[in-house]
Write a protein that binds this ligand. Structure first.
Ligand SMILES: Nc1ncnc2c1ncn2[C@@H]1O[C@H](COP(=O)(O)OP(=O)(O)OP(=O)(O)O)[C@@H](O)[C@H]1O
Ligand SMILES: [Mg+2]
Length: 268
């Protein structure tokens, strides 16, 4: 699969002291993080710890209040002149965002379009690709996610797992250099989770840089190059999956893992 070509040799994502507040509620309290190019970074942590907010900051769906955030060596949403930061123009922000694919828990496919039309839409409208080019690429991507025989189906004719794979193909159609996933399998029936994780695993093998917020600890362990544990708006610890998941250094990480890894007690 063709994946985006990074323009610099530095990290794909770098966050330095990222702060974000909603009103008086400080949700990110100085997030520091680096994701190397070609790396899969899995973000875990309790509900409300700021994982989604952080992902949304990476592609500037949320404005940060303090700190710095770079994608592929470029400040996200701002340009720096001397010591001062200036906001980028909306069209420059849009251009930055186009290079970052995002997949959410909810698939958000266009209901009135077939799988292939969903995948072709943004390349034609935003990237001004010809329909022929977008179609050829779209067919290839849908084949790649195992949906070659479903090109002309509408979202309601597809299972949740198939819809999510269309959503992944749709994000890839924009030829992103970075993919963000926010709990992509959380809305799926358990038997459909594997097919989506398999597609993500293959994407990782193909060299895509990925930040994946997930509750799938098996995926984090097997596919993640790093695992980042967030709690209360900050990165508590990060490292290779074996260390973080099997030998966490922090009590908060241990307590979280114990909660998510222990089987749910059966109702009596
Ligand atoms: N647009 C918003 N306005 C106000 N508060 C918000 C907004 N978005 C998120 N928050 C708050 O920020 C905090 C962090 O939310 P966030 O969605 O980032 O957590 P999360 O780690 O992704 O949780 P989950 O695992 O449940 O998805 C929460 O307390 C949430 O209520
Ligand atoms: Mg979330």
């Amino acid at each position: 699969m063709d994946v985006g070509i990074p323009s610099t040799a530095g990290p794909m994502v770098k966050a330095e002291g990222v702060h974000k507040r909603f009103g008086r509620h400080e949700v990110l309290k100085g997030v520091n993080l680096e994701v190397a190019t070609g790396e899969v970074c899995c973000v875990i942590g309790p509900s409300g710890s700021g994982k989604s907010t952080f992902l949304r900051c990476i592609n500037h769906l949320e404005k940060i209040d303090n700190g710095r955030l770079w994608v592929d060596g470029q400040l996200v949403g701002y340009v720096q002149r001397g010591e001062k930061l200036y906001e980028r123009k909306p069209r420059d922000v849009a251009a930055q965002r186009r290079e970052i694919g995002m997949v959410f828990q909810q698939f958000n496919l266009f209901p009135h379009m077939t799988a292939l039309e969903n995948v072709m839409e943004a390349p034609v409208r935003v990237r001004r690709e010809t329909r022929a080019t977008a179609r050829e690429h779209g067919v290839r991507l849908l084949d790649r996610v195992g949906l070659a025989s479903h090109l002309d189906k509408y979202p309601t004719q597809l299972s949740g797992g198939q819809q999510q794979r269309v959503a992944i193909a749709r994000a890839l159609a924009m030829r992103p250099k970075l993919m963000l996933f926010d709990e992509p399998t959380s809305a799926l029936d358990p038997e459909l989770v594997g097919e989506v994780l398999d597609v993500m695993r293959q994407l990782a093998l193909d060299g895509m840089t990925m930040v994946v917020v997930t509750h799938e600890m098996g995926f984090a362990r097997d596919v993640g190059d790093t695992v980042v544990f967030m709690d209360d708006g900050a990165v508590i610890e990060s490292g290779n999956p074996q260390d973080v998941l099997a030998n966490p250094r922090h009590e908060r990480t241990r307590a979280f893992l114990q909660r998510v890894l222990s089987p749910t007690p059966k109702p009596s």
